[in-house]
Design a protein around this ligand. Structure first.
Ligand code: SF4
Length: 469
């Protein structure tokens, strides 16, 4: 595992050789793929729902400035405070100031990819504040000091045996001979430990799946209920989320809530949907005394008006990840970034820079499955192609690729040469093949080290085209 997106090629090769990762990734289809397919079929006209979701998110992205101003006014009217963060550093500082003002020493956290993105936990620890992840998957990887390998299932790469080993090593106050063979035993142990943390935490931090501008409310979905315990029990609650999560109102949120769980896990609705709006009111019996929302830009607004703008529609459901053959082969850690799979490939080069994350855009077969399952119809392959073009035009592409493409372009502009070249190449490949497969070439040894290439048979495309016309 590497935290460096530039190390993707080597990290991917290492991941391919990881025997524990294979069975874990094999569960993608059975866990998520099959669940989504069944949910879509049960719903009926899912395409109309996708169209509605796309329209809502498109409106949000194209009216972000107005919606955010409305959202801030609505939050203020409810007694909450909005903090604006241009980048990760500003976001971390804003959160630290809130926590220090509250005198917080311990903070419980609901699952939040934005806090992963801004590397909040190490920053809090360095400043004497103990963050405790309360989503079960996040809790497991926090104990293992690993980043999430999946957006909605952060510990997806681990077997239950690995989780049991992690708990035995971390929970040293418990009987070392206890049985942790059953999943339920693992869940019960984490539950008991986290319950004590919920009761004593000074502050709680959650993310938000959506923000309603009209209501000044943040909405999160969870299946464990940890979001509610994180936001309701401590005196101070901080929501940390990206600026693009805002939509007009709860009517928009209701449409997106039909799309998100069906696309993510195949559930018609998540077990818990929590609407968080302002501090505890005088007539309310629970809720925080202080309510803050930290809105993080961190490169998002720079995508508005560009060819990658559509990526801001994302609702982080992970459907594209669950259906991606590249993610399915190498897992999430190989990406060395918070966002992995097709959404990472479309988003990371934009917010991190092409020089940093170009490998992600290249890590695609362009099968198009990601765009087919995306609930808000983001043209992910098109955006990846855009980043590839930027990489090429900026001179950042590897020399072998630039020269290869240059050679291909030279030939493609000269039809006679192209026809001759393809005929010769097809014949040569046929001569080099055994049992219908080309197994090695004097070039691209790395490519052939892990796969064979079907030998061309019959006529070239141009010969067939000519014959049919
Ligand atoms: S790009 Fe689409 S499919 Fe992928 S996480 Fe975002 S909303 Fe889901």
């Amino acid at each position: 595992m590497s935290p460096d997106p530039k190390a993707f090629p080597q990290a991917a090769r290492d991941a391919l050789k990881d025997p524990l990762l294979r069975p874990a990734l094999g569960r993608l289809k059975t866990h998520f793929g099959a669940g989504r397919a069944a949910a879509v079929q049960r719903y009926g006209d899912f395409e109309s729902l996708r169209e509605a979701g796309k329209a809502i998110r498109d409106h949000a992205v194209t009216h972000l400035d107005d919606l955010l101003v409305t959202f801030e006014a609505s939050v203020n009217a409810r007694g909450g405070t909005v903090h604006w963060a241009r980048d990760a550093s500003e976001a971390r500082r804003a959160i630290l100031t809130i926590l220090q003002d509250a005198g917080a020493g311990t903070v419980t956290k609901g699952k939040s990819m934005v806090t992963e993105e801004i590397a909040l936990n190490p920053f809090l620890e360095a400043n004497g504040i103990v963050p405790v992840e309360t989503d079960l998957g996040e809790y497991i990887i926090q104990l293992r000091k690993e980043p999430p390998s999946h957006i909605i299932a952060p510990a997806f790469h681990l077997s239950k045996e690995q989780v049991a080993q992690t708990f035995l090593a971390a929970h040293t106050g418990l009987d070392p001979k206890r049985s942790l063979e059953e999943r339920n035993a693992l869940v019960q142990e984490a539950r008991a430990i986290l319950r004590a943390q919920f009761e004593t935490a000074d502050a709680g931090i959650t993310g938000a799946n959506f923000l309603s501008a009209a209501d000044g409310a943040a909405v999160i979905v969870t299946n464990e209920g940890n979001g509610d315990l994180t936001r309701l029990l401590p005196k101070t609650h901080i929501v940390v989320t990206g600026i693009e999560k805002v939509v007009r109102d709860m009517t928009d949120v209701a449409v997106l809530l039909r799309l998100l769980p069906r696309s993510a896990t195949g559930q018609p609705i998540s077990t818990y949907v929590s609407v968080m709006a302002g501090p505890r009111g005088t007539a309310e019996t629970d809720g925080p005394e202080n309510f803050h929302i930290v809105l993080v830009d961190n490169g998002r607004s720079s995508l508005i008006g560009t060819e990658a703008q559509d990526v801001l529609r994302c609702i982080r459901c992970s459907a594209c990840i669950n259906h991606c053959p590249i993610y399915g082969a190498v897992g999430g850690h190989a990406y060395g970034a918070t966002y992995m799979g097709p959404i990472g490939a479309a988003l990371n080069p934009g917010v991190m820079g092409v020089a940093e994350a170009a490998h992600h855009a290249n890590a695609s077969t362009f099968c198009g499955r990601c765009a087919e399952v995306c609930p808000v119809m983001i043209p992910l392959p098109k955006i990846m192609r855009h980043w590839r073009a930027v990489e090429y035009s900026s001179g950042l592409a590897p020399k072998a690729i630039t020269r290869g493409l240059g050679l291909w372009a030279f030939a493609a502009k000269r039809p006679a040469l192209y026809r001759f070249g393809t005929r010769v190449a097809a014949r040569l490949l046929r001569l080099m093949a055994s049992s219908g497969m080309v197994r090695a070439l004097p070039v691209k040894n790395g490519w052939f080290a892990v796969r064979d290439f079907p030998a061309p048979h019959g006529k070239t495309f141009q010969q067939q085209w000519k014959a049919r016309r």
